[in-house]
Design a protein around this ligand. Structure first.
Ligand SMILES: Cc1cc2nc3c(=O)[nH]c(=O)nc-3n(C[C@H](O)[C@H](O)[C@H](O)COP(=O)(O)O)c2cc1C
Length: 206
């Protein structure tokens, strides 16, 4: 097995390190965050750091890269306190990936991709039409991660939209039916297939 030490990692070519470190923690969620600016420019961008934070109350978290350059999603969320999270559908991976291109704030990624906006009552932020699982979220708080100058965003999940076929009797969402993709590193999109589900794990001999 090849070994990369801390010294090796520090000495690596920037792109090699970026690829290695972004993929070494495993598959990540692949979502599009929809948001709107106070000038009504509709923004959509791909994020792989969205993770559930707790279910009661329903909350999620994600990481925003250092705000040393303009970050439209971040600014919109701070301005309007709401945003949408949309699973990336298998058919949308190319367009979804393109939302990471650095467009100026006055340009809407919806105009630069084939992704379509969808408006749902109660939200000014746009949803992504073709996404099969969509969340309506409200910003709660942000925490500075001093070690690398990133921000950890905390939000409440207030509305969940999913096709009936995806929702199982016990509330579990079948992401395989949704054809929601996952991301390997920063540019590899994959479609996982379910192997099995298990009972709540109990100690042996219990
Ligand atoms: C697969 C993938 C995952 C990404 N995940 C994040 C993320 O979790 N946090 C982040 O700040 N940027 C992430 N980015 C970068 C943003 O998509 C990119 O900075 C985008 O331009 C942000 O758009 P905005 O300025 O409109 O918010 C990711 C990019 C890709 C390709």
């Amino acid at each position: 097995m090849k070994h990369f030490s801390k010294n090796d990692i520090n000495a690596m070519d920037r792109i090699y390190r970026l690829n290695l470190i972004n993929s070494c923690t495993g598959y990540k969620s692949a979502n599009l965050i929809g948001s709107v600016s106070s000038k009504k420019i509709y923004n959509v961008a791909v994020f792989s750091s969205i993770t559930h934070l707790g279910s009661d109350p329903a909350m999620l978290t994600f990481i925003v890269r250092p705000t040393t350059v303009p970050r439209d999603t971040y600014r919109n969320i701070i301005e309007n306190k709401e945003f949408t999270v949309n699973h990336i559908h298998l058919n949308d991976i190319k367009e979804a990936h393109h939302t990471s291109a650095k467009y100026p704030s006055i340009i809407s990624e919806f105009d630069m991709t084939k992704l379509e906006k969808e408006f749902i009552k109660g939200y000014n932020a746009p949803f992504v039409k073709t996404s099969k699982i969509k969340l309506g979220c409200k910003f709660l708080n942000q925490y500075e991660i001093k070690e690398n100058n990133t921000l950890l965003m905390v939000a409440e999940i207030n509305d969940i939209f999913a096709d009936e076929a995806i929702i199982q009797d016990d509330g579990w969402l079948n992401l395989e039916i949704a054809k929601s993709v996952t991301v390997n590193g920063l540019d590899g999109y994959a479609l996982p297939s379910l192997i099995d589900r298990f009972e709540y794990a109990k100690r042996k001999n219990e």
